[in-house]
Design a protein around this ligand. Structure first.
Ligand code: BLA
Length: 502
């Protein structure tokens, strides 16, 4: 299967209206009360089993009056989309005790009722270990393991993983706790298409996603007026599951899953992904406790990131101190800068560096590549509008580089500065990393993230997730080690400092 045939099929995944499916998972009942009219506008078609009343009898009735059975003071309803309120064992209409989760939406409230369930353990006793500051790499690894261990303890999941997204949205399992399983996913990489962008966008907004039993068929939502797909299910815990993802989980021998979003500085950093070979429903209170544990871990991650950045900034300041002391108009400033380039390159873990001012190469450690550096500078001036730009593989952009540099110029971090005090000249500082060969252990062949069936005699092609998650080692050559967040931070700080000095 070539990439060009796969492309449109993978694009289909990006079109699935996950948050407007008009369906919920079996195992609970959902209603939506409109804020303006107070009426119940949507009810899942299994209401009778939990509430005694059929969905068709509830729909269009007074939702505010109904809600007062378990929430006497209606002013306690949460406001602001995504705000939630859990009422444990709030309702029993003769069909068993129900936990009630109320979530505010843009147009009203989602009311989700699930059979009351006791947490596996006393949730107040589940706590993360405190880590001494400053946090070193070993402490961070220990904290990651602690997080997956505690979530396994709280939920009873057979396998719990901490999964980190890379810059290209593939992901790696950084920590794993597997109780009975013989296969390990620790250290393995999964392709970006396993979690489509449309699903990631949803997980960036919501705290967690729970699928208690992939084998239960979904339940339709009835609507008072238009189509049931009109209801926004973003904040619903019961939201139905994409058929492709159900197949994916079955292929992994997973019957129940639970993923908690790890959001760092507003960006989806990763997930805590939990698997179980049999159906497993996590009580709502436990879901929320896991959300809190992850938030605590995020605070630690953020502190660690700040700590690394602080140390790096101090080193950079030290290197630039002698440059900063020169008077604003003195042209010796560029000479001083030249002296500091090698240590700054070491901070960035770069093996080569060049300084170009307008079209003059002031300094280059890549001595036999003068013409190359000049051409590179010209290219950057015309193609890179960013003040800091990172390239993992220069030859992709510039054919002449691959021909001339023998792989020494492969990764490039370009910092460009307008020297306002020095004739508005354009200063380019270029850091280089060589091409390296590296091994990436994937969970299944990344060239075949999916299987495609059909297509014979005019039948439509059908995409399904891969069946094998066996370790598959890719030997990747011709790429430089990627510039990580700390390198980007350092380059950005360097750019700002130079702009202030030059
Ligand atoms: C959702 N895919 C997910 C989720 C995970 C993964 C964690 C979140 C829901 C959940 O917790 O079950 C993938 N699970 C993983 C990965 C690991 C893991 C990478 O444990 C590694 C340890 N999936 C495909 C293809 C498509 C696809 C080809 O493989 C689309 C064509 C779709 N995955 C898909 C969709 C969702 C999803 C649509 C969203 C499901 C939902 O929330 O409704």
């Amino acid at each position: 299967m070539t990439e060009s045939t796969l492309e449109p099929l993978l694009n289909e995944c990006e079109q699935e209206p996950l948050d407007h499916s008009g369906l919920i998972q079996d195992g609970g009942v959902l209603l939506h009360i409109e804020r303006d009219s107070g009426l119940i506008a949507f009810v899942s078609n299994n209401a009778a089993a939990f509430l005694g009343d059929a969905a068709s009898d509830l729909i269009g009735t007074d939702g505010r009056a109904w809600i007062q059975d378990f929430l006497p003071d209606v002013s306690d309803l949460p406001t602001g989309a995504g705000r939630r309120l859990l009422l444990e064992r709030a309702l029993d209409l003769g069909f068993g005790e129900l936990d009630v989760l109320v979530s505010a939406t843009a147009t009203g409230w989602l009311i989700e009722l699930e059979p009351a369930l006791d947490p596996l353990v006393d949730l107040s006793r589940i706590a993360l270990r405190a880590m001494p500051e400053p946090i070193d790499d070993a402490a961070l690894t220990a904290a990651q393991q602690d997080l997956v261990d505690r979530i396994a303890e709280a939920t009873g999941f057979e396998r719990v993983m901490l999964y980190e997204f890379k810059a290209d949205w593939s992901g790696e399992v950084l920590a794993e706790r597997a109780l009975r399983s013989t296969t390990a996913y620790l250290g393995l990489r999964f392709p970006a298409s396993d979690i489509p962008a449309i699903a990631r966008a949803l997980y960036a907004r919501t705290p967690y996603r729970h699928i208690p039993d992939v084998n239960r068929e979904p339940i339709a939502i009835l609507s008072a007026t238009g189509p049931s797909g009109a209801l926004d299910l973003t904040w619903s815990d019961l939201r139905s599951v994409s058929p492709v993802h159900r197949e994916y989980l079955r292929n992994m021998q997973v019957a129940a899953s639970f993923s908690v979003s790890v959001i760092v500085e507003g960006r989806l950093w990763g997930l805590v992904a939990c698997h179980h070979p049999e159906a497993l429903r996590v009580p709502i209170a436990t879901r929320m406790r896991c959300q809190e544990l992850v938030a605590q871990h995020v605070a630690l991650l953020t502190a660690h990131r700040r700590q690394l950045q602080g140390a790096q900034l101090a080193r950079l300041e030290r290197e630039l101190a002698s440059v900063a002391r020169i008077s604003e108009t003195d042209t010796a400033v560029l000479e001083r800068l030249q002296d500091r380039l090698a240590p700054i390159a070491r901070l960035l873990e770069a093996e080569g560096v060049a300084l170009v001012v307008d079209d003059e190469i002031v300094q280059s450690s890549v001595t036999d590549s003068v013409e190359l550096i000049r051409a590179l500078h010209d290219w950057c001036v015309t193609h890179q509008s960013e003040k800091v730009a990172a390239v993992e593989r220069l030859p992709d952009a510039l054919r002449f580089v691959s021909q001339a540099s023998n792989g020494r110029l492969c990764g490039m971090l370009a910092v460009s500065v307008r020297a306002k005090r020095h004739g508005n000249r354009l200063v380019g500082v270029y850091f280089f990393r060589p091409a390296e060969s590296m091994e990436i252990a994937w969970a299944g062949n990344p060239e075949k993230p999916v299987e495609v069936a059909g297509g014979a005699s005019g039948s439509t092609l059908k995409l399904s997730p891969r069946h094998s998650f066996e370790k598959w080692v890719e030997v990747r050559t011709g790429f430089a080690r990627p510039w990580d967040r700390l390198a980007m931070f350092t380059a950005t700080q360097l750019q700002r400092r130079l702009e202030a000095m030059l």
